[in-house]
Design a protein around this ligand. Structure first.
Ligand code: ASP
Length: 315
């Protein structure tokens, strides 16, 4: 099966079968990582440009490694040393990249909708690596992949997303993806960090974790997105941490096999304690490893590759 799409802009726009196809295609790529040679020739001759207007550690390096493991050429544009600081617009920057015949542009930008604008402007495949508060689809996909890998399914699981829901693109991509694959989704946080009408996305809203913790199969803990907040939306970090921060005391009544996810970067001692981040329930490092396989699958499928679990990508 093929994806038949030029771009990956958000999980809102994919249907269940398309999400399943990406997750299935990521599986053989993740198996590659156990080999001594982790590289396949699939995207030889293709050029992948990484255009990041916001800071990133995991996502940028993960995309770069994914492209390199598929044998594509990669080019990093560091905005701080590009013509952007001379006042060049996003449109002019991407038209310049197009003129250099890039096949993929992976973009992160603080403006929600920026990836859509770029996708409508140039013919290269665009992958949204985070657009403002809107979506971060490959993070959503790697979270789904990790849950499926550990639990064997997504359907029917009780998954809570905890913290700064309002400003989180990870929350939105997770909600779309989890709902489409049949999970029960709970969002937990202070009312000031809850988006208006979030129930309309089919989630249950809670302002305390204690009541629902015993029934949860997965928790996904979010960082407070200070960079997207114009005013103080809660009194102090200490108070936020006291009520919403996840520590081992809060997990006493949780299921033994609860999965703990965090997209990173973590603020240890704020939204998550070190005990939990490094504890037996945490799959945070697996998320990072899986992110590469999922991004390989996305690049491969957008390039027109035939997906599915049984594919052989060696030639
Ligand atoms: N790395 C994720 C993002 O770019 C989460 C975060 O920054 O808190 O949205």
């Amino acid at each position: 099966m093929k994806l038949n799409r030029k771009d990956l802009l958000g999980l809102e726009y994919l249907d269940k079968d398309e999400i399943d196809l990406i997750l299935q295609t990521a599986r053989p790529f993740s198996e590659l990582f156990t080999r001594t040679v982790k590289k396949v020739p699939t995207l030889r001759g293709k050029t992948v440009v990484l255009l990041f207007y916001e800071p990133s550690t995991r996502t940028r390096t993960s995309f770069e490694l994914a492209a390199k493991r598929l044998s594509a050429d990669t080019l990093n544009i560091t905005v701080a040393s590009s013509s952007v600081v001379k006042g060049e617009s996003l449109i002019d920057t991407v038209k310049t990249i197009e003129a250099m015949k890039a096949d993929f542009v992976i973009i992160r930008h603080s403006m929600s909708g920026s990836a859509h604008i770029v996708a409508n402007t140039i013919s290269a495949s665009i992958i949204n690596a985070g657009d403002g508060m809107h979506e971060h689809p490959t993070q959503g996909l790697l979270d789904l992949f990790t849950i499926q890998q550990k639990k064997g399914r997504i359907k029917g699981l009780n998954v809570a997303i905890i913290g700064d829901i309002a400003h989180s693109r990870v929350a939105r991509s997770n909600i779309w993806g989890l709902k489409k694959l049949g999970a029960n989704v709970f969002v937990v946080g202070p009312s000031t960090l809850m988006p208006a009408d979030v129930e309309k996305l089919g989630v249950e809203v809670h302002y305390h974790i204690d009541k629902i913790i015993p029934k949860l199969d997965v928790i996904n803990i979010l960082r407070i997105q200070r960079e997207r907040q114009e005013q103080n939306l809660f009194p102090t970090l200490e108070e936020f941490s006291e009520i919403f921060g996840i520590n081992s005391k809060k997990l006493v009544r949780a299921k033994n096999d609860l999965l703990v996810l965090h997209p990173g970067p973590m603020n240890r001692g704020v939204e998550i304690s070190s005990e939990v981040a490094d504890g037996k329930n945490s799959v945070i490092t697996e998320q990072v490893t899986n992110g590469i396989a999922v991004r390989m699958a996305v690049l491969y499928l957008l390039a027109g590759g035939e997906g599915g679990a049984g594919e052989n990508f060696d030639s």
